[in-house]
Ligand binder design. Structure first.
Ligand SMILES: Nc1ncnc2c1ncn2[C@@H]1O[C@H](COP(=O)(O)OP(=O)(O)OP(=O)(O)O)[C@@H](O)[C@H]1O
Length: 555
């Protein structure tokens, strides 16, 4: 036995790129990508990706170089996920809602050689390129991804483009022998974190990690062969939770959408017989609250939604299910390439009343198959907290899809991937007696009030239950007596009213008194990142500008 093991045949590197080659054979004539009236097949997509890879190589791109994309969910963005790494390069998708200064920082940090840009984001890219420090590395060359469905005129002062995407593909070789990774540990993806709590960090994932998270995500969500997948989740956010590669594995149809708008989402679902989509809780909330006439376009039970990435309020879940979406819930980070914990549903829970079902499903759940271990550790002792559903600790993970590390940031890498064998998430959670974990907060968002620890998410979840509340975010506000006290920022549903005192009184009936917001601030809209996370640092600044409370409720 001891002589047996790895050999030249079984040691071939794991990579999700081979899924496309297989799809071209197994599903060659089936629809791969749909965008308005344009349709491609898997054999066409494969050849277009080979053209892209070969054209990049002709432009001098070589193994390990970074190629960036500043694109919405258009067909080219889908092709980037194969074509760029098939050239040996590392794909860096950039969040299109960042400002020019941040885009400049990311381009400078990654040393991108080429940027593919959508016409809508050329002005942003132009500004970002002007902000690159002079005398540094050469600025990336720009390739314009034209879009017949984007009609706005281009400005004259935009950056010079090298060529257009379609002209580039024309020069590419559809028979190109794509560049396979030398080892499965070769970097494949560079994603910058959302920057919700700190400056963005460059997460690097390798071929092996992406292969595993892709297979894992399909199995965990029980995705069948040939689904029709609507791209409501930005592909720039953790690569759409690995589903670009997943759709090639199962021969699905990718329905592309430039922007998420409730009416367009429902219409696109109906027009294309969509079976699956991913949506942040924020997007789910928008869909669930769409006008009734629009919601009627949905056939109940036909569309499966995977949600995650931010807290899922029970009220949003209940409403989305009442509308007719079949919702699954998971938890993950850019650092894990996708969702690595999910709320595996048990049949016996179907018998429970709706609020209890929602309580169970808003928990993040259990590790997905690819993860080796998930635990919640006491920050003082480093030991697992009791499984009592109330003792809080840090959520830590270990498993094959955890990132290689942060690009050029050893300090941040060592703070996250520790010698104790765990990836430290910075999220605070509890473990329930049934082994399901529940996130209670991000460590930076926990409120410490008069010695009590308050989970801002728990307070928010309760506030979402009020019929007038559209969105709620709770942060710490200084309090002269208690140190900190919860301060709620709330937006209301259309045509609904409620006063701060009424909301405070309502909260008192539903949560321990120490958790009740001392302050309620109404805003027409709450500040969120494009990936559906509350910008709590903005709200904390607002709360701090209001000065301290004095241990009692105020508005
Ligand atoms: N199901 C979920 N419920 C609640 N929060 C979630 C869920 N899934 C993910 N999250 C939150 O999203 C975080 C991961 O987000 P992401 O990787 O996009 O970057 P970010 O953490 O927002 O950026 P930064 O690290 O710069 O603050 C998790 O750490 C967790 O706080």
């Amino acid at each position: 036995m001891e002589k047996l093991g790895m050999n030249p045949v079984n040691a071939c590197p794991l990579t999700p790129l081979g899924f496309l080659e297989r799809a071209a054979t197994a599903f060659g004539g089936c629809r791969s990508v749909v965008y308005h009236d344009a349709v491609w097949t898997w054999s066409q997509t494969f050849r277009r990706c080979l053209r892209l890879a070969s054209a990049l190589v002709s432009l001098g791109v070589s193994r390990g170089d970074v190629v960036s994309a500043l694109l919405p969910n258009v067909p080219a963005m889908y092709e980037m996920h194969f074509g760029v790494p098939m050239s040996g390069a590392v794909l860096n998708t950039i969040n299109t809602s960042l400002d020019a200064a941040t885009v400049a920082v990311l381009l400078g940090h990654s040393g991108a050689k080429i940027v593919f840009a959508d016409p809508a984001f050329l002005p942003l890219l132009t500004d970002a390129l002007h902000l690159l420090p002079p005398g540094g590395q050469p600025a990336p060359r720009v390739i314009l991804v034209e879009d017949p469905y984007y009609e706005k005129e281009r400005a004259n002062d935009e950056v010079a483009v090298l060529t257009t995407y379609e002209m580039l593909l024309e020069k590419g070789d559809p028979e190109f022998a794509w560049v396979r990774p030398a080892t499965e540990w070769d970097p494949m993806i560079l994603n910058y974190t959302s920057g919700t709590t700190s400056a963005p960090k460059g997460v690097v994932n390798c071929h092996r990690g992406i292969f595993l998270i892709t297979v894992n995500s399909l199995i965990d969500w029980a995705v069948p062969a040939r689904p029709t997948f609507l791209w409501t989740l930005p592909m720039f956010h953790a690569n759409g939770s690995s589903f670009p590669w997943g759709m090639a594995m199962v021969g699905g149809t990718n329905v592309c959408l430039r922007r998420v708008d409730a009416v367009e989402v429902y219409a696109t679902i109906a027009r294309n017989d969509v079976t699956h989509l991913c949506a942040s809780p924020m997007v789910l909330n928008v869909l669930a609250n769409a006008p009734e006439g629009v919601r009627r376009l949905l056939t109940a039970g036909k569309v499966r939604v995977l949600t995650g990435g931010a807290q899922l309020p029970a009220a949003v879940l209940e409403l989305a299910e009442a509308v007719g979406f079949q919702v699954s819930h998971g938890y993950g980070l850019s650092e894990t390439g996708g969702l690595v914990v999910s709320c595996v549903w048990k049949d016996e829970w179907n018998k429970l009343p709706a609020p209890e079902r929602a309580r169970l499903k808003t928990r993040q759940g259990v590790r997905t198959p690819v993860m080796a271990e998930v635990a919640i550790l006491d920050s003082e002792t480093g030991r697992s907290v009791p499984h009592d559903g109330s003792t809080m600790g840090e959520i830590v993970l270990s498993g094959s899809c955890v990132m290689l590390g942060y690009l050029n940031d050893d300090k941040a890498t060592q703070a996250a991937i520790r010698d104790d064998g765990w990836f430290h998430t910075g999220d605070i959670g509890v473990m329930h007696p049934d082994g399901y974990l529940e996130i209670r907060d991000r460590s930076k968002d926990v409120i410490v009030s008069g010695g009590d620890t308050i989970s801002s998410m728990e307070v928010e979840s309760a506030l979402y239950g009020h019929p007038a509340v559209n969105e709620a975010a709770v942060v710490a506000r200084l309090d002269e007596v208690l140190g900190e006290a919860p301060c709620a920022f709330v937006s209301l549903k259309e045509a609904c009213t409620v006063t701060a005192d009424e909301l405070i009184a309502w909260s008192r009936e539903r949560m321990p008194h120490f958790m009740v917001p001392k302050t309620v601030v109404f805003r027409a809209e709450l500040p969120k990142t494009s990936t559906g996370k509350m910008k709590k640092y903005v709200l904390r600044d607002l709360a701090s500008g209001m000065g301290p409370t004095r241990g009692s409720s105020g508005v």
